[in-house]
Design a protein around this ligand. Structure first.
Ligand code: ADP
Ligand code: MG
Length: 465
């Protein structure tokens, strides 16, 4: 049966094939379920062993996935062979334009047609400076790079769906996944692509809950051809966001749209992310990025120096490559710092300057500090329950802890005022500004507070470095 199916290509085969599937499905579900959920699906197209079905809306996909995933998978495998695949397309019925002029003789089914491209009315958060062209290939990123390029060329069409890239800080994850997005749009500007950090995704979701607009929020993401989510590790412990993301993930994945994820650790180590989500993360390609070897570091430095129009001795470049080894952002930072120092005091870049800058960079390592972690340490210090600072509690010690935590979140993370406000029970950004000003002012007059804040800060920085 499977082999025969592979050879099918006549235009009516999709109808026959789907009929065969339906008869199998009918044997396995109640008549009500059959009539409600399966009969309305229409076969659109069969190419090799991929059957495209028209579905009325997302809800059908979600429901079938949720209740009959195994059944439908088995049926498809049974009828189309083990590589058989099903792709759902959401096409609104009433639109005449969807019925192609050179229509097939039978009137049962409209011919295959993609939904019309929608004009872009959102910010895709893609930065055009991240391209494959300026991404230096090295042993540590070879596979991740190759997979990313393949996806950029053919989003949703490779078996790398989702693509899950993991690795340490500053190794090029954001660069690569942004480059995929840029490439997809380069090839087809009509494609809907979005890049979002999982932190922003969570914040937007919390906002959507507050504004009663969760449906719009989720439909927006479900309408993408490619969804790129950076730093997925920040979803840890956020159950509601994970549930919603699971739902969005399934809709996109089932309809053959591309999902691209990055994380600081492999899926299996994402403790605090639900098992079903972790297993979804693993169903495409999981690939790591390793720190660059010496040659790659040299190549990156030469490349960046050229872009910055910075002339450096080969000896200086080698010195940097020898001493800054585990983070490409720091390699870049060293060159930027050299450039800045050089243009500030118009001194030539000598070897001493290079050494000094390398030392500064390596002792000033950037670390990722989360607002949650700051809140935890601050609350421990002031002996206040964590949830109190997120509630509308006006007790003096709670207010102080809340304000100190906001102040530290502002000074120790790159989060926006809006994000910080949302972490403290959805407070307004002006409340955060007020907190920062209050703490700063008090610290200059109140010795004890100054001491406390410094202590907390040290505690936070020591434990994450
Ligand atoms: P991550 O997201 O893994 O923390 P980024 O993608 O932000 O790292 O990379 C940090 C910086 O290093 C970025 O400016 C990026 O352009 C640069 N970078 C990383 N890898 C490479 C590479 N292979 N070639 C060129 N630049 C790179
Ligand atoms: Mg990143």
């Amino acid at each position: 049966m499977a082999e025969a199916a592979l050879k099918l290509d006549s235009y009516k085969e999709h109808i026959t094939i789907w009929k065969e599937c339906l008869s199998l499905i009918k044997e396995n579900v109640s008549l009500l379920t059959y009539n409600t959920w399966f009969l309305p699906l229409k076969p659109l197209h069969l190419e090799r062993n991929i059957l495209k079905l028209q579905v009325p809306n997302n809800y059908f996909i979600d429901w079938i996935e949720e209740h009959h995933k195994t059944l439908i998978t088995n049926v498809i495998h049974n009828v189309l062979g083990v590589d058989g695949k099903l792709i759902y397309l959401i096409i609104e019925e009433q639109e005449d334009t969807l019925f192609d002029k050179k229509s097939e003789p039978e009137n049962i089914v409209p011919p295959f047609s993609e939904p019309k491209p929608v004009e872009k009315n959102y910010d895709d958060f893609l930065n055009s400076k991240f391209t494959f062209e300026n991404f230096v290939k090295g042993e540590g990123n070879q596979l991740a790079r190759a997979a990313s390029i393949a996806i950029g060329e053919n989003p949703g069409q490779t078996s790398f769906n989702p693509l899950f890239i993991y690795g340490g800080v500053g190794l090029g994850k954001t660069h690569l996944i942004q480059a995929i997005g840029n490439k997809i749009l380069d090839k087809d500007p009509n494609k809907k692509v979005i890049y979002v950090s999982s932190d922003l995704f969570t914040v937007e979701f919390v906002e959507a809950i507050q504004n009663n607009s969760v449906n719009e929020f989720s439909n927006f993401y479900k309408g993408m051809d490619a969804l790129i989510i950076d730093d997925i590790q920040f979803l840890v412990g956020k159950e509601k966001t994970q549930d919603l993301f699971f739902n969005i993930f399934n809709t996109l994945h089932l309809s053959g749209r591309q999902i691209i994820l990055s994380s600081d650790k492999p899926p299996k180590d994402l403790k605090g992310v639900s098992e079903r989500l972790v297993s979804r993360f693993q169903c495409g390609l999981t690939v790591d990025i390793q720190p660059p070897d010496f040659e790659t570091r040299l190549a990156i430095l030469n490349n960046k120096a050229r872009l910055l129009d910075l002339t450096l001795d080969p000896q200086a470049i080698e010195y940097i490559a020898h001493n800054i080894t585990s983070n490409i952002r720091e390699l870049e930072g060293t060159l930027l710092r050299l450039l800045a120092t050089h243009s500030l005091n118009s001194k030539a870049i000598d070897f001493d300057m290079v050494k000094r800058v390398v030392k500064e960079i390596s002792t000033n390592r950037q670390v990722n500090i989360s607002i949650e972690y700051i809140t935890k340490i601050v609350c421990e210090f002031f002996k206040v329950e964590e949830n109190k600072v997120r509630e509308k509690n006006r007790r003096k010690e709670v207010v102080l802890a809340r304000q100190v935590a906001m102040y530290l979140a502002k000074s120790l993370t790159k989060s926006s005022l809006k994000t910080i406000g949302l972490h403290f029970g959805g407070r307004d950004h002006s409340t955060v500004i007020h907190a920062c000003n209050t703490i700063e002012e008090s610290m200059s007059s109140d010795y004890q507070l100054n001491e406390s804040v410094t202590n907390i800060k040290n505690k936070i920085e020591v434990s994450v470095s």
